[in-house]
Write a protein that binds this ligand. Structure first.
Ligand SMILES: Cc1ncc(C[n+]2csc(CCOP(=O)(O)OP(=O)(O)O)c2C)c(N)n1
Ligand SMILES: [Mg+2]
Length: 325
């Protein structure tokens, strides 16, 4: 039974629509060849960051991974500056230097997406140490995939957070594949079960069910804020696209992908809202407004200036005269 109140669900549905809208627009632009780099779409996984971020304040931190557009949108990033970043424009969140996989904004508590699988896990643990030392009530969330749980960084990050009861929530988006490798091939034990090895709670939820994610995250964030330590949440979900946009995805059957598309997280919330008094017309209006927002954001994002090639090494080397420790 979901603990969420009806008036809180509408903005969460909007957040899910915005993630889907952003990914859809970015995918189109990438396929047209106008966005540089690689693009990893999170379509199909929208319920996870929205259900988690519902419990986070602006000064809480998140670490993200290569499939992170949803994580950062749900934490408060604006699509226009995100598109500018994807277009490598100076008006992007990181002056066009980070791109999709290294986008960050400290003022929003987004301390980094990360292209290195598993690398965000100990960064969140480190944030947890700083919150504990400074005596704040902040919480750090680390989002990572099923591919990250077999990395050393995952083990070290969870173990340290566990022994020091750090305020961290570890959120695994188990979409059953790491590139082409099925999760069942990569490990003999389940993901939530691993929490027992660290002596912390581990829960497995339907990651396509906003309410299930919301409830699990609520408990985990509350526990972290009370100083009771970390939780591992395994959210079972699926990415509809290939690993990256353009991946032919020969390692999955059409039937498997289709079965997961039928478990689309968005219509579930749509039906719930209709059952709780929101009209289909209002939802249509919201959907159209989000589509329009993404079109405008992409257009404005693309309009920013390109970086000056002369500035390529700015922020790479310390200025002359700065003493080295
Ligand atoms: C340390 C490291 N090893 C390998 C890679 C190459 N790589 C990029 S994404 C990826 C798969 C990640 O899978 P998962 O963590 O399940 O996330 P998903 O793509 O499914 O969201 C791999 C192996 C990398 N970026 N970093
Ligand atoms: Mg995966």
């Amino acid at each position: 039974m979901a603990t969420i109140k009806a008036d809180k669900v509408l903005p969460l549905y909007r957040d899910m629509l915005r993630i889907r809208g952003f990914e859809g627009k970015a995918t189109k632009l990438y396929e047209q060849g106008v966005l540089p780099g690689f693009l990893h779409s999170s379509v199909g996984q929208e319920a996870v960051p929205v259900g988690v971020s519902a419990h986070l304040d602006k000064d809480d931190y998140i670490t993200s991974n290569h499939r992170g557009h949803g994580h950062v949108l749900a934490k408060g990033m604006e699509p226009e500056r995100m598109f500018a970043e994807l277009y490598a424009r100076t008006t992007g969140y990181n002056s066009g230097r980070g791109g999709s996989m290294h986008i960050m904004d400290f003022s929003l508590g987004i301390v980094g997406a990360n292209g290195i699988v598993g690398a965000g896990v100990p960064i969140a643990t480190g944030a947890g140490i700083s919150f504990q030392v400074n005596g704040t009530k902040q919480v750090a969330v680390s989002y990572f995939g099923d591919g990250a749980v077999n990395s050393g960084a995952f083990h070290e990050g969870l173990n340290l957070a566990a022994i020091w009861s750090l305020p961290v929530v570890f959120v695994c988006e188990n979409n059953f594949y790491a590139e082409s490798v099925p999760q069942s091939y990569a490990a003999k034990v389940g993901i939530a079960e691993r929490a027992a090895a660290y002596g912390i709670p581990g829960v497995r939820v339907d990651g396509n069910d906003l309410f299930a994610v919301y409830d699990a995250a609520k408990a985990a964030v509350a526990r972290a804020r009370k100083g009771e330590g970390p939780t591992l949440i395994e959210c079972q979900t699926f990415r509809w696209s290939g690993h990256f946009v353009g991946d032919p995805g020969v390692y999955r059957t059409k039937e498997e992908v289709e079965a997961w598309r039928l478990k689309d997280p968005l219509p579930r919330v749509h039906s719930w809202l209709e059952q709780h008094g929101v009209t289909a017309a209002d939802l249509d209006t919201m959907e159209a407004a989000v589509a329009d927002e993404m079109d405008r954001a992409a257009e404005r994002g693309a309009a920013g200036p390109r970086p000056d090639p002369q500035a390529a090494t700015d922020n790479v080397y310390a200025p002359e005269g700065v003493a080295r420790a």
